[in-house]
Design a protein around this ligand. Sequence first.
Ligand code: FAD
Length: 530
Amino acid sequence: MRRWNGWGEEGVVYPVPAAARAFLEAQFGPGTPPRDVDLGEAVAGIPASRLPEHPLVTTDPVERLRHCAGQSLGDWINLRGGTVPSFPDGVAYPLTEGDVRDILRYAEAVGAVVIPYGGGTSVVGHLSAPPGDRPVLTVDMRRMNGLVRLDRRDHLATFQAGVRGPELEAALRAEGFTLGHFPQSFEYSTLGGWVATRSVGQFSLGYGRIERLFVGGEVETPTGTLHLPVFPASGAGPDLREFILGSEGRMGIITLATVRVTPLPERESIHAAFFPGQEQGIAAVRDLARSSIPLVMLRLSLAEETTATLALAGHGRAVDLLDRYLALRGAGEGKSMLLYGACGSPKDVRRALGQATKIIKEHQGIPVGSMLGRIWYKNRFRAPYLRNTLWEMGYALDTLETATTWSRVSETIEAVERALRRGLEEIDERVYVFTHLSHVYPHGSSVYTTYLYRIAREPRETLRRWRVLKKAASEAIVRCGGTITHQHGVGLDHLPYLESEKSPRGIEMLRSVCRALDPRQMMNPGKLFR
Ligand SMILES: Cc1cc2nc3c(=O)[nH]c(=O)nc-3n(C[C@H](O)[C@H](O)[C@H](O)COP(=O)(O)OP(=O)(O)OC[C@H]3O[C@@H](n4cnc5c(N)ncnc54)[C@H](O)[C@@H]3O)c2cc1C
């Protein structure tokens, strides 16, 4: 059973070893485990549903609780503290495109707001029910999870959009293909959610962002079905897929999505290297991003993240040995760890990693083989479970991200980290901050920052601290000229910063497209624009 107030399956626990606990305490002092509300208390606070009956809609309070939020830290604090501001009045589970149309008609007839729901892994407040007089209906797409068509000649697959990562890959792998899209939320997130949030997977360097993989589909809107036909390329005016990518449920419900697929690679191999300092690491990934070496991933943990990763791994003796070896080779304190990976035939993988290693060495990188890459690969979807354990120890963990041009990367990292580190100075609380670069492009990179702070006794104070930190970091991103989000989307949390990026005219354009598809503004109102 999936946790209703945290990440993942109830039985799965990510233990924090004693040495890692000591490391965390040294950063901010001991945490105080919070007193969270239990399921019974949380359900008791849910008001009666305002929706009339419909065969596809449940108004069961537990279902409504399970769909009232995503996975942003604000969502967590509200769920765990019993302070969720509003709940959907019902949850619908369509099975077919016809069901979706039926649900939209019903919602329109009863004056309801509709929130499309994929895997519920949003981290920016996409799924919150807007307060107000209109009833709220969440449409959970989980039953629309089938492979509709696989075209082996064209390397295209059409899925119902509620398919989750593992279901999608299992269906493709059985036929010898992969989509190659592996966001860290892979376990639960869905194809429709990926498209609606412009998601990015861990192997984006090889397979591309979802924008490159999504080639067409169908969207049910309040004014009818929008068909997006598939072409290998087209010069026929603006590409309507671009309106659906990142539409965050505002334009309709994506029911079918056609994606490019790739024959399964024979081998995937990830190696690690260390740099004496993070600037050498940044220069190396920039050169690698500009090279034509066919890598599928580059992930550079900057100095503090390298320290945290090695400390939290809990393999004390092995890490000591590695530290001593690297110090002898000139990478002591301040070192940065790079993971770099390739997929393909054994020969292609060997060649790509060999070429990459050459560039890494030109930047004083020290290759250490594939062991750390294998550990990362094994745990790559397990890491989010750590958030549950940290919370129970009294620490809140959040992440935020941007992308910017190479000339601004270092300045942006510094500004975001500084804003977070200083964010709670006024109450004398420390914030522990670290960053990595995990999606790189010839012209720039994503910047992904993780921060931890101590949970307060009162949920409202924990929430206040989060808001202060989120605002400070978002303002730093905007000041540095970065995008407000490289991969998580806008939701409610990034809404205040969108207009400075899109311009008032750009927002008006979006508004009018939404109006054409949804004149009554019933689709996920309040997201992308007010
Ligand atoms: C632990 C963790 C790790 C993450 N790692 C990554 C990562 O590596 N890369 C990344 O890009 N993101 C990541 N995310 C963010 C999140 O997983 C993505 O935004 C994901 O694409 C959301 O998919 P979902 O199916 O869960 O959508 P939901 O969270 O259910 O919904 C997100 C938005 O999409 C809309 N939506 C969902 N389905 C449809 C549909 N069928 N039609 C229309 N609108 C729809 C919703 O209305 C909502 O506005 C992570 C989140 C967590 C919690």
